[in-house]
Design a protein around this ligand. Sequence first.
Ligand SMILES: C[S@@+](CC[C@H](N)C(=O)[O-])C[C@H]1O[C@@H](n2cnc3c(N)ncnc32)[C@H](O)[C@@H]1O
Length: 510
Amino acid sequence: MSDAPAPVPDPILSAALAADLDAADFRSEPLRRLWGEEADDALARGMREPILRAIADDEGPLATLGRLLVLGMRQPAPAVAAALPTLGVGGLESLGLGRRDGETVVASALVRPQSFVDADGIGEWWIASDLDEVALDGVLPADHVLGVGGASRTLAEIIMPIEVDRALDLGTGCGIQALLVARHAGSVVATDISTRALAYAELNAQLNGVTTIEFRCGSMFDPVAGETFDLIVSNPPFVITPRVEGVPEYEYRDGGLVGDALVEQFVRTAPSFLNPGGAAQLLGNWESRGGQPALSGRAGLDRLASWVADDLDLWVVQREELSPLGYAELWIRDGGTTPRDAAFTPLLTAWLDDFEARGVSAVGFGYILVRRPAADAADMPPMRRLERLSQPVSNVGGALRAGMAAHDLLGHGLPEALVTASDVTEARHLLPGNDDPSIIELRQGGGFARTIAVDPALAAFVGACDGELTVMQIVAAIADLFEVPLVELWADLEPRIRQLVLDGLLLPRG
Ligand SMILES: C[S@@+](CC[C@H](N)C(=O)[O-])C[C@H]1O[C@@H](n2cnc3c(N)ncnc32)[C@H](O)[C@@H]1O
């Protein structure tokens, strides 16, 4: 367990800290300018020395707060007092973020600026969390409260930017997702099994002046029994961990169940907490089992799909797949144990034995979106998209929202007229000396950045979609041009046109 105290949220002291941080310009860009881009990037890779060298002679408020709160390092008490004139060292102690030790102040937690971009533009929060591996210089305690990491950022990017009345952030940790959805929700419930995490989350809401989040302690959906939401988001403790003695239960990343049972439980349970039309979005891992060859692709996705009732919409995007060895190594290292440590080999053995016991050949990672159909869409065919997409993506939340809207639109039939999305380009590949392309591809610039191979007829159709002519007028013209029966061409093109609408390459005319 952690030796560090839990923070003690207090709205007045948090406001005082926020005022001091604001006055010191304690934000991402000013800090990056202070110690330089290279040092800033090095910190993300676990090295704090470049920052320390860059600001070695600087005892000003920003440098002092940078060392104390970004790096978690002991600072002279007079310098901290000067950097926190409103809060004071006593106030920092009362919030549980630092402690006086003689003439110095010892950091008990990190507070870092965290910038974000959403539909409303660029913003920034201050996020307090436990001291990290670099500050602790060792293995993380099992009740560690994470700051904003790669998975947090991934979930933040995939959350659909939709206005909702009620949202739930399950497993809120430091509260980053709750803060994000609070920008578009009337009210948010943030839950966690860890009281330490909830203390951080509440303090972070106070620090950032957000008052619409309610914090509740408990496991999974227990704290919201009988309630329903329009949006549920979760970066749940999905990490698959062997249940044997000697392997710590990392509360911050591991829900204590066997294999991917926690993700299964979440996906099976979440729909009963959704209002009609409401969606649950989460990150997860899913195992491919039953002796399929390693990295077999779809087996894990099919298992996952079997957890979701047929009348619900389901969209899963598998971003990567790891072998059992790759997976074990990733998460053992993530806990701060490296192959140089004596504990590494026993942990690796435990992980590999655990996977072998269930016949796991690969573990998929990605995002899951489950939606309860809206009341007026109950008789429409539900969405069932299981995809493997590994290319770089952008604005995924927007792309998921658009994809769901396109699915709903197609439930009423193809729109009368379509326009080609502005981020679509066409690439033609020709054999040397040949005028006819052997490959034509449509490329999407944003969202899921899909590349779709098309034939000349579909390329001609997309090229003509400027919203002036109707879909049927364009298809009739192409049938004339290619001298093929209209009925046959339509039967061939129609499902592929629908897919381009679903994928966001073709949009309904304004
Ligand atoms: C991976 S962290 C995610 C934190 C934060 N939401 C983010 O995106 O950065 C998972 C969180 O789930 C919490 N947790 C673990 N087991 C839980 C359970 N059974 N029910 C609810 N929360 C749980 C952990 O305490 C931790 O804060």
